[in-house]
Write a protein of this length. Structure first.
Length: 639
């Protein structure tokens, strides 16, 4: 079977294209974003962030590593992967909208990469050349397979957007063939990534050996095939076989990349037991090891998951890359099972981590995403490269810059995460202004336009623009917070719909409207009492958005730590106004006593109305202290 024939069998222009499952993804050709929250961010990524990243990989010498002598190589052992993620982002963008200038930049970088590939397919700038460590000599930390995984994913993006014979695709196939030869009998990479990449390459090419190699990598993991380290083998997910693990653990990015690849293997091989293992781990991690924002990873020293309910807001690592990987995993589980809970988590992550990391102009980024900033940060200069987690404000570049390039490829392919289809209809998972058009089995053409300014307001209008003369089903996701949501149709009928999914099946006619109204009232959210770090506190949410308090919005002389939330919340454009009591916080010689700290000894405690703003916008107005979780004023007057 040729690549072209295989491409005709699977969804094109989409990051994950399983051959079976409850739902099928739509491609960049079938969904077009229109002006709205996500289209604006996608355009900033295309118009600004890609060039910004390109500038930095040139400035740091990471691209030049493919051409310079080994002793002149610069950057960490995984810096090759940043070039590949940039190429993936460029490939998705070129597939979404042609651009001769962007195409020339893409071709130039591909030519540099291709020229460095050795005749047997090996490609890495850190190993294998004179004066460098031998190939595959450091599987724990060398990232050789990890880098090749990102190379393959970039090639998959190019193939799926109409260029199966592109030079990058040929380079990736040669590298993948070498991987299958070298690792047929033993070995795994210390950083998972090659697994989902090989499965996607199988889906593109039809070459079964790629799927089989991915399966071998998954099955070997957890059998102590890597050397033990001070963090323990759980750091690599090499402590327990994938089938036996109960929860996602260890280095958060590694964990979700491995889980994503495991879902891919399970779906393609029909291994229900393997799929069930990942579902079990996902549910445990979401219920016990995930921040309110959807972020994961509460340990700084190893960028890892903490133990159950260990979720300190001020020590939240919540790496941006881990959020990208979590979206990848939840999306694959959604396609496999169709459960809207996976789309719920994707929405939470997108609005509260993915949207938080980049600055509005797309040239600065958070690597980590804390939920409580205690001290004012210092904004790095525009030409400053900072350590990965040292910046308390968004930085233009990092010594480890995996997050900017990961964001770039995510924003470039974001269109693919909006909707899905099955034999009976279309499912709308994420709400943003968009045009959707798909051909259902039986050559039934379905198309509709989504009009909304969500999440500013909760009205989502779906206007049918094409429809066959036979029934089909339109499914709309109802988020778990949307109690009291209503669905109105063109005949004037209004129905209350419960959280989960609302399904309309009938013969739709062009011009017909379906209007979903989601209630977007500010609400207080409290954590499970086992999350010790925020016991006695509450957060404010409105729709899918987590809000925070920032010092720049406080009255003069009032500190964030002095605020005590009351239930009084008022919705206003761009903010939620929270009525807070302001407590006296005198310095004492000893910060402990036998009674709870009292409120100020006054008949009428001081109050202040504080504007809380979307967490994704924090630090956008300069240095600021910030907190998401705020102590609650209790009935007794203490916290």
């Amino acid at each position: 079977m040729t690549i072209d024939e295989t491409l005709s069998m699977t969804a094109t222009g989409t990051p994950a294209a399983p051959r079976s499952g409850r739902l099928r993804p739509l491609s960049l050709r079938e969904v077009t974003l229109r002006d709205g929250f996500w289209q604006r961010r996608q355009q900033v990524n295309r118009n600004t962030s890609l060039a910004h990243i390109e500038h930095w990989i040139e400035r740091t010498g990471w691209l030049a590593n493919f051409t310079v002598a080994p002793e002149s190589r610069r950057g960490r052992e995984f810096s090759d992967s940043e070039i590949y993620k940039l190429l993936e982002a460029m490939a998705w963008e070129l597939g979404r909208e042609p651009d001769p200038g962007l195409r020339a930049r893409y071709d130039r970088i591909v030519a540099v990469v291709a020229a460095a590939q050795l005749p047997d397919g090996y490609l890495n700038t850190r190993f294998g050349r004179a004066g460098q460590p031998p190939r595959w000599s450091d599987l724990e930390w060398g990232h050789e397979l990890y880098c090749l995984g990102h190379l393959i994913q970039a090639a998959v993006a190019r193939a799926r957007t109409g260029h199966p014979d592109d030079l990058l695709v040929l380079v990736a196939r040669r590298a993948a063939d070498l991987v299958c030869e070298v690792f047929a009998d033993a070995g795994v990479c210390g950083h998972a990534e090659i697994e989902p990449a090989l499965v996607e390459l199988y889906r593109v090419t039809g070459e079964r050996r790629y799927l089989e190699q991915a399966r071998l990598f998954v099955e070997r993991r957890g059998n102590q095939v890597l050397d033990d380290i001070e963090f323990g083998r759980s750091y690599f997910q090499d402590d327990v076989p994938v089938r036996d693990a109960e929860v996602l653990r260890g280095h958060a990015v590694r964990a979700v990349y491995l889980a994503a690849g495991t879902v891919d293997v399970a779906v393609e091989t029909g291994d229900d037991e393997l799929l069930a293992a990942v579902v079990r781990q996902w549910r445990a991690a979401v219920s016990r090891r995930t921040y309110l924002t959807g972020g994961i990873g509460s340990r700084h020293q190893d960028e890892a998951f903490g133990d159950d309910f260990v979720l300190p807001p001020d020590r939240a690592y919540s790496e941006t890359c881990a959020a990208v990987g979590s979206v990848m995993l939840a999306w694959r589980l959604l396609l496999a099972e169709g459960d809207p809970r996976y789309a719920d988590l994707i929405e939470r992550i997108l609005f509260n981590v993915i949207a938080t990391s980049p600055s509005d102009d797309g040239t600065r980024f958070f690597y980590t995403n804390t939920l409580h900033q205690r001290v004012l940060g210092t904004e790095p200069g525009a030409d400053t490269q900072v350590p990965r987690a040292a910046s308390t404000l968004r930085a233009p570049w990092f010594e480890v810059s995996c997050c900017p390039t990961n964001l770039a490829r995510t924003f470039a392919a974001l269109t693919a995460y909006i909707a899905t289809t099955d034999d009976d209809g279309v499912q709308l998972h994420q709400y943003t202004a968009a045009d959707v058009g798909v051909t259902l089995p039986g050559d039934r053409r379905v198309a509709f336009r989504v009009d909304t300014d969500y999440p500013a307001t909760g009205r989502i209008t779906v206007r049918i623009t094409e429809s066959p003369g036979t029934p089909w089903t339109l499914t709309l996701r109802i988020p778990p917070w949307a109690t009291g949501a209503t669905l109105m149709t063109s005949d004037g009928g209004v129905t209350e719909v419960a959280p989960g999914s609302a399904r309309l099946r009938r013969v739709f006619t062009p011009g017909e409207l379906v209007i979903l109204d989601l209630p977007l009232h500010p609400r207080l959210t409290v954590a499970d009492p086992r999350v010790d770090a925020v016991r006695g506190c509450a957060a404010v949410e409105r729709g899918p958005i987590v809000y925070c308090a920032e010092s720049v919005d406080l009255p003069a002389g009032v500190a964030l730590d002095a605020l005590r939330l009351t239930p009084s919340l008022t919705d206003t454009p761009g903010a939620v106004l929270a009525t807070c009591e302001v407590t006296a916080l005198p310095d004492e010689n000893w910060p402990y006593s036998g009674t709870p700290s009292p409120l100020p000894a006054r008949r009428s405690p001081a109050t202040a109305v504080i504007p809380l703003r979307p967490y994704h916008s924090w630090a956008g107005r300069g240095p600021s202290t910030m907190r998401v979780w705020i102590p609650i004023k209790t009935l007794s007057g203490t916290t």
